[in-house]
Ligand binder design. Structure first.
Ligand SMILES: C[S@@+](CC[C@H](N)C(=O)[O-])C[C@H]1O[C@@H](n2cnc3c(N)ncnc32)[C@H](O)[C@@H]1O
Length: 240
């Protein structure tokens, strides 16, 4: 059954611009430097290495699905995030909401031969990703809601803030039903607005990295990125 997908509450660009007035000049300079490096790094990766424009999914394409977060994770962020979480060769990787597939292309370019799943809710975007990775036997792109066809052999889930709070809660329930007591699972999460769904649940251990000082999202109550581990069951800390 298809789950209703609620709107993600990412603040608007205008609000983000308005918040910039709080930054001092040196912090604004640091922010600008990050943005420039991010753009250059993404351009080099997309145009020269992967030869695919991953960031060009127009927002209106996704609005009918109630999705407003459609940007691909930047390659600078991916470098940082996967320095914190080291992928092991035996791990099965899942990009939850893969879009056109920059994360998958980045994993492949890093030399990962792991089994990889990319789930994408939007059929048209999923078709583009299927075409892109058709030559890679280890990559499977699945079109549809991940909650409808939850993977049963995964080790690592990558999430770039694809859901609102309600769907994040449903994702957590599905994860616990499928894996708790069987094996440890890592959720590698970028811009984890809904981290509260996992906090204070004894089944999860969380390693959080805060936003840099130049980010207006600092002190917003959620981390820049995090590794959330579903522990193997101890048999005593059974939460809801
Ligand atoms: C922000 S993009 C991230 C793309 C890619 N993971 C990255 O980081 O570069 C989020 C994607 O998640 C997809 N999505 C949202 N909810 C989903 C769901 N329930 N199942 C599968 N995909 C979903 C959206 O269609 C969108 O393309």
């Amino acid at each position: 059954m298809t789950q209703p997908v609620e709107k993600n509450d990412d603040p608007s660009r205008l609000l983000k611009l308005w918040n910039l007035r709080r930054l001092s000049f040196p912090l604004l300079a640091q922010k600008l430097s990050w943005i420039v490096r991010e753009k250059i790094s993404d351009w080099v990766f997309d145009q020269i290495i992967a030869r695919q424009a991953f960031d060009s999914v127009p927002r209106p394409t996704l609005e009918h699905l109630g999705i407003n977060s459609s940007s691909a994770t930047s390659t600078l962020m991916l470098k940082k995030i996967f320095r914190l979480y080291h992928i092991q060769p035996h791990e099965v990787l899942v990009d939850v909401g893969c879009g056109r597939g920059r994360v998958i292309a980045w994993w492949l370019n890093m030399g990962c031969n792991n089994k990889i799943y990319g789930y994408e809710l939007d059929d048209d975007i999923a078709s583009l990703a299927k075409k892109k990775f058709a030559g890679h036997e280890n990559v499977t792109i699945i079109s549809g809601n991940i909650l409808d066809r939850f993977p049963t052999d995964a080790d690592v889930f990558y999430l770039a803030n694809p859901f609102g709070a309600k769907t994040t809660g449903e994702f957590k329930s599905r994860l616990v039903e499928t894996y708790y007591g069987k094996k440890e699972i890592a959720i590698v999460s970028f811009y984890c607005m809904h981290i509260d769904v996992f906090r204070n649940d004894p089944r999860f251990n969380i390693q959080e990295i805060d936003f840099p000082k130049w980010s207006v999202a600092r002190d917003s109550g959620f981390p820049w990125y995090a590794v959330i581990r579903l522990t193997a069951s101890s048999g005593k800390n059974e939460g809801s």
